[in-house]
Design a protein around this ligand. Structure first.
Ligand code: CIR
Length: 256
């Protein structure tokens, strides 16, 4: 069960952040409205929120997931792979250390974006991506091992359609992985119950189990029906404005 989440209000210069989506410029009033709905959804799932102020130095700072890996036993501060985002960790560090006073950090030349880290019970899949490098993955694996977790890497550098590993997979509890079809054959996913996500719905693979609910992006009826058919309880959220900046449901919070 999660009890807490850390979120950060999107700044008025949110649209100056990094993006490859080509879906147009986010509308700031809708960004704020969707963020409010997201925070309300987390509260509805029973979480207490720590809400950080908007930080105009870092337009991508609402995507807090990339700055830390938080588990039930420990937190690890990351070193995001995009130069414009490395400074975001400082603000998160203050918030994280209230809950995890001795959180270690990824150090250079290692880089890790939290969006590349998929926790499946006591095992972590670590995506090697344009943001997370092998040295960062090695450091993270060592930290996770010191807290009693296992890990393995999945190289997504050849997959140009996704930014992070969790753009393509989500562990949603009950031994189940939502996974975009392109990755569904990965040998590391054997033994899990897979919900394949069709190419035209691949954005929906970034869903998030929060206690009894699964947060799901609006607009993906096949995936939604598959979740319901397997007994999950979806909570649907409009993510249109965050998607324009390559963001998804998981990246808007750190949950623990
Ligand atoms: C970036 O490119 O870093 C942001 N515009 C989007 C980050 C999304 N984060 C995530 O999926 N974990």
């Amino acid at each position: 069960m999660f009890k807490h989440a850390i979120v950060c209000v999107p700044g008025s210069n949110f649209s100056d952040g990094l993006t490859t989506a080509g879906l147009g410029v986010p509308l700031y009033d809708q960004v704020l409205a969707q963020h409010t709905q997201y925070c309300d959804a987390l509260r509805e799932c029973g979480l207490n929120l720590t809400t950080l102020e908007a930080d105009l130095r870092f337009p991508d700072s609402t995507f807090v997931e990339d700055t830390a890996v938080v588990t039930a036993r420990a937190a690890i501060l990351t070193r995001p792979g995009a130069a414009s985002r490395t400074g975001e960790v400082e603000a998160i560090c203050q918030a994280i250390k209230q809950f995890f006073p001795s959180a270690p950090s990824i150090v250079g030349p290692g880089t890790v974006d939290g969006g590349d880290i998929c926790e499946a019970e006591d095992h972590f899949f670590i995506g090697i991506s344009q943001r997370t490098n092998e040295e960062g993955a090695r450091q993270l694996a060592d930290h996770l091992a010191s807290f009693g977790y296992t890990s393995s890497t999945i190289d997504i550098r050849a997959m140009t359609s996704i930014l992070h590993l969790k753009s393509g997979i989500a562990f949603i509890g009950d031994n189940t992985l939502a996974v975009m079809e392109e990755m569904a054959g990965n040998i590391q996913f054997r033994g899990y119950d897979l919900i394949p996500v069709a190419p035209e719905e691949s954005y929906a693979a970034n869903c998030v189990r929060v206690n009894s609910r699964v947060l799901v992006a609006d607009g993906f009826p096949r995936f939604l029906a598959d979740l319901v058919a397997r007994g999950f309880d979806p909570l649907v959220l409009d993510m249109s404005e965050f998607r324009k900046m390559d963001g998804g449901l998981s990246c808007l919070s750190l949950r623990f």
